[in-house]
Design a protein around this ligand. Structure first.
Ligand SMILES: Cc1ncc(COP(=O)(O)O)c(C=O)c1O
Length: 445
């Protein structure tokens, strides 16, 4: 074991790290430190075992401490720790792209590598603009996102996203020419839906309104998460994504699915596009691609998108875009080992098999105090709590803290407790997660 990660830092040693998406002062006054992980569990600095009900941050789909990934990473580090992918190549990058193309939705067999979900989103937006420009429609620069959407923290992703805090803080620096569809969460109509909600397909028709407002000739792409996680698990109503696809086709608008959370088995198929039988033009991924072990992201595109760029003199760089660490060899090695595990253990479809058990378990929380909705799909669930008066999010935060004290790590966003366990989760783990969460909700005022 690496001795450098073992000792818990003293309180005074916590100051230098400016923690992301964290209430720094609150955390540092009462830190929650994780020091080891294996299978379905973390261990805390004070030696407590905590079950991981959120796959780290929706990324550790094959569970923690996978020996095969660790060994592949170590092997690659010793053979070649880095190689550039600009005007150079290394074999495993091509191997990985081919392996990914083989599990992708129909026709999505061109892959651009990034290092995160945010980079994947900004890359996809740039590809969408470049695609239209390459076809002589350079005026198509507008994007349509969706309220409550989360597409990472780059300026592009924030602009098409619909998170109020991002928009409030950075609104003046957003991309121009972005509009938003309404979100699809409607507890009034859909509370306690099992699987996809029946009500709300018509919300996709709002795209027709935006096309009429801006004119199709100005719109490059629509970007949505098939299921959004970060805003508190928002599900697409039955038929909604198909309708979006139809409208995009009608007006030659590209459809981008942000599958950073739903990719790699979360929805019961390799990608949510396959689970919902709707194929986008571009698909952004990260997280489960490398099981969270080494940062990596990938943008999948339809071949027609790639082909549109492949014209003009052969010595021109067709897409003026890339990252120093695009297709990093160590990340490629981690991703290949991850894919091997997914295949061998049939993890990319396991969520579908477990989904009925998961659904029954999470819906058993209906009727608990303050629970105003439970929603689920694949191995995803949300329990929405009534906000306590004047302090939105406080009740759910208390639930998150108490669960952690009792050995279950959940995720809190606003008044929602989100659950997305590693895809290796067993029935006993599901029971433990739901029992602890139920108990805590009962005890929380
Ligand atoms: C749908 C979606 N897109 C993009 C991102 C950003 O990914 P990253 O944090 O790797 O930049 C996330 C992160 O949760 C996400 O859920």
């Amino acid at each position: 074991m690496n001795a450098r990660i073992s000792p818990a830092p003293a309180q005074s040693d916590l100051e230098a790290f400016w923690m992301p998406f964290t209430a720094n002062r609150q955390f540092k006054a009462n830190p929650r430190l994780l020091t080891r992980a294996e299978g379905m569990h973390y261990w805390t600095a004070d030696g407590r075992q905590v079950i991981d009900a959120v796959a780290g941050l929706w990324c550790v789909n094959a569970g923690h401490g996978r020996r095969e990934i660790n060994e592949a990473v170590a092997r690659q580090l010793s053979v070649m720790e880095y190689a550039p992918a600009f005007q150079m190549g290394h074999p495993i990058a091509f191997e990985l792209a081919n392996r990914l193309a083989a599990i992708a939705p129909p026709g999505m067999d061109r892959v651009f590598f990034t290092n995160s979900g945010s980079e994947s989103v900004d890359t996809a937006l740039k590809i969408a603009i470049g695609y239209h420009r390459a076809r002589g429609a350079g005026q198509r620069t507008r994007f349509i996102g969706r309220e409550k959407g989360y597409h990472g923290v780059g300026f592009g992703g924030m602009s098409v996203g619909g998170m109020v805090n991002n928009r409030k803080f950075f609104g003046s620096s957003m991309l121009p020419g972005v509009d938003h569809l309404p979100h699809t969460l409607d507890i009034g109509h859909n509370a306690f839906s099992r699987g996809l909600p029946q009500w709300g397909m018509h919300l996709a028709n709002e795209l027709e309104r935006l096309v009429a407002l801006h004119d199709a000739s100005t719109i490059a792409a629509v970007i949505v998460e098939p299921i959004s996680g970060s805003a508190g698990v928002l599900l697409p109503p039955v038929g909604y994504l198909k309708r979006l696809r139809e409208i995009c086709d009608k007006y030659d608008i590209l459809l981008i699915f942000d599958e950073v959370i739903t990719g790699f088995g979360r929805a019961g198929k390799p990608f949510a596009a396959q689970a919902f039988d709707v194929t986008p033009d571009l698909m952004t991924t990260a997280k489960g691609l490398s099981n969270g072990a080494i940062p990596m992201g990938a943008v999948f595109t339809q071949r027609k998108v790639y082909d549109a760029f492949m014209q003009g003199p052969e010595n021109t760089i067709e897409l003026f875009h890339g990252y120093t660490y695009s297709a990093h060899p160590v990340a490629c090695a981690a991703a290949l080992a991850t894919l091997d595990i997914y295949t061998k253990e049939e993890l990319l479809t396991r969520a579908a098999a477990l989904s009925p058990t998961w659904e029954d378990a999470v819906h058993s929380m209906r009727g608990l105090p303050h629970v105003i909705d439970v929603r689920n799909y694949g191995l995803i669930a949300a329990v929405e709590l009534e906000p306590s008066a004047g302090t939105p999010g406080a009740r759910a935060f208390e639930v998150f803290l108490k669960c952690f004290e009792r050995g279950v790590m959940v995720r809190q966003t606003g008044d929602v407790i989100a659950l997305s366990p590693p895809l290796i989760v067993e029935r006993g783990h599901i029971a433990q997660i739901v029992e602890t969460l139920s108990q805590v909700i009962r005890e929380t005022a």
